[in-house]
Design a protein around this ligand. Sequence first.
Ligand code: ZN
Length: 290
Amino acid sequence: MKIGALRGTAGALTLTALLTTLLTTLLTTACTTDRNVDPGTASPASAVPASGTITSGLSAGTAAASRVAGLPASAVRVVKVVKVAARARPVDCRRAKCVALTFDDGPGAYTDALLRHLAAYRAKATFFVVGQNVAANPGIVRRTYAAGHEIGSHTWSHPDLTKLPAAGVRAQLARTDRVVKAAIGVVPRLVRPPYGAVNAAVSRLTGRPMVLWSVDTLDWRHRDSAKVARKAVRSVRPGSVILFHDIHPSTVRAMPRILKALSKRGYRFVTVTRLFNGHPPRTVYSAGLT
Ligand SMILES: [Zn+2]
């Protein structure tokens, strides 16, 4: 018994020393990373993976060590500090040239391909999902959200909300909220009314920012990658909200061209909420559509 206890103590001491060294190294690395992050060029995605992976592994290790060796709680706090330090600052769209790419009517068969295109450019986008499609493909929505994109509601079955009674509007939103929450743990904070159809009653019943768009690529009509890309690239301005539909393969195929062209012009691809620095107005682009 005694020997076993001694062995345990020695093991714990070694583990404590090892963890202290690791934490010091990590903290130094994280601070260096943070200094090197240029808020003008880095995106959260560029800083998180490297440190994030190490941190989560160490977090579990630290928790175990706390139990075994009575490692002070301060060590656990250090890990939390490392996590915060490793995260790059969000884009400030008051200074940067930002554009919000938005995708309606999914998730669908091409959404995963789209996620890969966006990831290649570290682009963040907003997906206005149809509730019944979420119910059929919750995994895609989970992957979309996990990749840092924003999930908005596009109602349950895509009706014109201005033609529904109040109870119908509420049901369309509530059902979608439930299924999105089941998939990603939170309800959508933004709503895009189908067909952009909105009136005062719908806006009041929604109780959330209604997000329309400033550039309509008409991708659903043309189904032509070159046309979609041309329209998006020619019409974009800083602060644009561009409308796409990720249920069309032609739209998804157009994305690398759009991402490349707009990146070259210095655009940052952000979610709608980030475009308004965390506080989207009650109505986004209700007038002056192009
Ligand atoms: Zn739609």
